[in-house]
Write a protein of this length. Structure first.
Length: 278
């Protein structure tokens, strides 16, 4: 039989194991929520400000952006830390702002650099922003990440904490979380397969594929050929081959003109249908 000290030690180890599992599952939940919300934010950002079209953002096909998932976990972890090192509330908030800006910018830089170096893919491009570094990070978005971290702490931290507490004891939520990560695993495999094909197509050149531009160019090409465009699965290996050949020939300087022509064609087709109804 175990003595009192051994029994206490075993119980302590069990409790520590349960706490560890609870913490991991909580952050997996936060990652999933952050990835889904980030996808929605980027979807509307591209529709309103950049591509002006509904383009599935990010590297994966499904409605989630892992980099935002990491960001959500990081903001939650930072919010858990007491950074009130001054008697001035304003100074404490400034410190929290700077810490959030630095850490989230670091995630953005590391993520962007990995894709450029390993996959020859540029997921976003800040090269036209002032003070940018390699087109991956820039002061404007560092400021926005700092603001996001501050807003998360002041507005979202408590609701997230309540959600985490609810999640820890919810078996159904755990099941669906497992399904979510299963889907991501399959999606990651498919996306890496296509990204590898893209990397091989560009291996003998110094070119890097701009992912958003590639999706937009493939969308326009399919419309020109009157082919169906799939929002969640926007391209195939043959589309990648066509894109890289065009990229090697000199790029997509005519893309805006092609978009204009397509808009005019759609307007003419719509007008013709309306005339037929009359």
């Amino acid at each position: 039989m175990l003595g009192v000290s051994e029994t206490l030690f075993v119980r302590k180890q069990i409790i520590n194991g349960e706490v560890f599992v609870a913490v991991i599952s909580s952050y997996l939940f936060l990652f999933a929520v952050g990835a889904a919300w980030g996808w929605l934010i980027e979807l509307f950002f591209r529709r309103i400000f950049t591509a002006k079209k509904w383009i599935n953002p990010g590297f994966l096909h499904g409605p989630y952006l892992p980099i935002y998932g990491f960001g959500a976990c990081l903001m939650y972890a930072v919010s858990e830390v007491d950074l009130n090192i001054s008697e001035s509330p304003a100074l404490n908030l400034l410190i929290r702002f700077l810490v959030s800006a630095f850490l989230l910018t670091a995630i953005e830089y590391i993520g962007g650099l990995i894709f450029i170096r390993l996959m020859k893919i540029r997921l976003w491009d800040y090269s036209k922003r002032k003070g940018n570094i390699q087109g991956i990070i820039c002061p404007l978005f560092s400021f926005l990440w700092g603001a996001a971290g501050l807003i998360f702490y002041l507005v979202l931290y408590d609701p997230f904490k309540r959600s985490v507490n609810w999640f820890e004891g919810n078996v159904v939520a755990l099941f669906f979380l497992g399904v979510f990560y299963g889907i991501i695993a399959v999606d990651l495999g498919v996306s890496l397969h296509l990204a590898t094909a893209l990397r091989k197509a560009l291996k003998d050149s110094d070119l890097v594929a701009h992912y958003e531009l590639m999706k937009l160019a493939i969308m326009i090409r399919k419309e020109e050929l009157r082919q169906k465009y799939n929002f969640l699965v926007p391209f195939s290996r043959s589309d990648i081959v066509a894109y890289t050949e065009k990229l090697k020939e000199g790029g997509f300087d005519d893309l805006k003109e092609r978009i204009t022509r397509l808009r005019e064609r759609r307007k003419a087709e719509k007008a013709a249908k309306e005339n037929e109804k009359k």
